[in-house]
Design a binder for this molecule. Sequence first.
Ligand code: NAP
Ligand code: 8YV
Length: 322
Amino acid sequence: MASKTRILVPGTIRERVLDRLREGFDVVRIDRADPSLLARSEAASISGVAVSGSFGAAMIEHLPSLEIIASFGVGYDGIDAQAAAGRGIAVTNTPDVLNDEVADTAIGLLINTVRRLPQAEAWLREGRWTREGAFPLTPLSLRGRKAGIYGLGRIGLAIAERLKGFGIEIAYHTRRPHEGVPYAYHPSLTALAEAVDILIAIVPKTPETHRTIDAAILRALGANGVLINVGRGWTVDEAALAAALEDGVIAAAGLDVFYDEPNVPEALLAQPNATLLPHVASASVVTRDAMADLVVDNLFSWFGRGAALTPVPETPFTRKTG
Ligand code: NAP
Ligand code: 8YV
């Protein structure tokens, strides 16, 4: 009997990925993506990887027969796609299937941040409604605001669609204007921040986006400004943000992502005008199942018909056979 294609799965991943992979592949498990956990002889038998999290150059180098890395998540900053591309290895991610969930979360986070709904619920649960009366009126409102979207890609567009329903004027910043988009384009993040009073970040983690939301951008956003980040914590200078929240440089912030997850700086935790979520934007069963299925479908498609379904731009390869 011909031996099955072997897929390495390091670390934690949804059980659904493992169950479906076992229907067609031989699954090899290790605790984390660490070359010392896989003997050279076994490493040589691995043709594919399914991973949620990091998979760096050392792991790629350790697997001489590797053809494809299927990553769980649309952001693939944890995968060394350049090292993979250099070896002709395909990398896939999970775009589109999470757009609506992440956009819904961005809007929920925005409303919670502006209208202080988590604090209002805590007021009720702590018995303060009966003891002290009505929850204080919120100084902030969505009424009359303008939103700037930093990164108008798949998810940014889904956020914009939702914001239209709130009657909020929308503008955006990307590296270049996007054709056929009905929103005002700003050629720099500074110009966008100056023009709006809600800034929503949904850009990938790249060398260019590192701590781009800094003290100067927060000053440009202004005292009535609200920052929402559902992209990557990498994009925000967290010390500058904590200071801006404390000093009233901006009014409030809602963050789903942090620089060094799961560690959230004390300086941010101390700010009552920060609404903080533990990276849950795509975290519903239905959406995580769809992401899991796309990870597995990419592997079945690669080994079955020779092409991945959703390769990342750095690795537009088809399978070399024979
Ligand atoms: P996408 O379709 O590739 O969109 C990315 C957008 O960012 C594009 O509009 C791109 O436009 C813009 N962009 C890239 N580099 C830029 C730069 N240096 N300056 C300005 N704009 C830049 O990606 P997506 O599917 O919308 O996902 C975006 C990111 O969201 C992911 O990479 C991931 O990090 C994050 N995410 C987070 C969660 C969560 O759970 N919180 C969930 C899903 C995704 P140009 O190319 O024209 O510049
Ligand atoms: C996931 C994400 O939380 O898709 C992404 O880029 O950040 C989230 O959907 C993560 O990838 C998996 O844990």
